[in-house]
Design a protein around this ligand. Sequence first.
Ligand SMILES: Nc1nc2c(ncn2[C@@H]2O[C@H](COP(=O)(O)OP(=O)(O)OP(=O)(O)O)[C@@H](O)[C@H]2O)c(=O)[nH]1
Ligand SMILES: [Zn+2]
Length: 343
Amino acid sequence: MTQLNLADLGWSDHFTRQAGESPRAARISAIHRGRLEALSPEGPLDLTPKGAGLAFAVGDFILHDGTRPTERLVPETEIARRSAGTAAAERQLIAANVGTLGIVTSCNADFSVPRLERYLAMAEASGCLPLILLTKADLTEDPAAFLRQAERLSPLVTALALDARDTEEAAKLEPWLRPGMTLALVGSSGTGKTTLLNALSGLSERTGGLRGDDRGRHHTTFRSLRQTRFGGWIIDTPGMRELGMEGASEGIDVVFSDVSDLAAGCRFSDCRHESEPGCAVKAAVDAGELDAERLARWQKLRREDRHNSESIAEARARFRRFGKTTAHGNARREAKEAGWEEE
Ligand SMILES: Nc1nc2c(ncn2[C@@H]2O[C@H](COP(=O)(O)OP(=O)(O)OP(=O)(O)O)[C@@H](O)[C@H]2O)c(=O)[nH]1
Ligand SMILES: [Zn+2]
């Protein structure tokens, strides 16, 4: 694979409709301070956006003039979190045009239903299809039991169990990594994301044709968008790994549609489903139709989502006040230390 066309990169009619028939387009592969790396049919590009470049995400399709991005095309899916860094950057984009969110967990104590539900809500909120990847299948007697538990979570879920170190087993992901497709990985530390990335990008050196005409530019740069040996793409950004649950209330309600449908039948629209009269949710628990633990997990996730959304709003207000009384540089440093801004 020497030359990439736009279809290889994941281009679809969705983008043609925005950009026309023969656009000068590229896909963003890495974002640095004041600089973007992108892949295009013309080869790899180094682009300098006007402004801070905060409005772009890895995986975005853009139009460009050879030196600058001229337009960000509306993505098919978007993984974002609200950021409190600057007033202008209300939403921090993490990744764009991700078809599948690969939720990585191991067949061991890491396997946690509440955590999986949270990631499923994130997938839903972003518009990605969830794929649960159960690593370390070689270390358990009964991987099928983990598969069954994972697939029970939602009819939308597909789950695979595998030994992430085994390149042949990693090939189970091929249907989600065909040319033009994009997968992003989330999951706790130590579950095998890096191991899986390595197993999937086995041919990354050979696709060096990509970089073949990248005359003398540093090859060591960490690329967040990487081609797999199946032709499809993997997105692995620091931001993906740190994603928390925030601003995902719609996603939560879809994953817990059984509970939210019941809640719609409560007498009071602000029912907390604790001891209010006419609570349809409590009635379902009492009737044995709804698992009390599932209700508790839904309430916990909603509280967490609300809490995070509120504390980010407060932090932003504090940042604004602080920014007025201190040199801009200090304010930015504070923001960075607080993890609101990323390099
Ligand atoms: N036996 C076995 N070991 C695995 C498997 N997947 C990962 N490991 C091992 O688990 C350890 C952690 O794997 P990593 O790939 O570094 O995990 P990670 O998710 O990238 O962790 P962070 O980089 O901290 O986010 C390594 O020692 C891997 O070799 C698997 O399927 N089977
Ligand atoms: Zn209620």
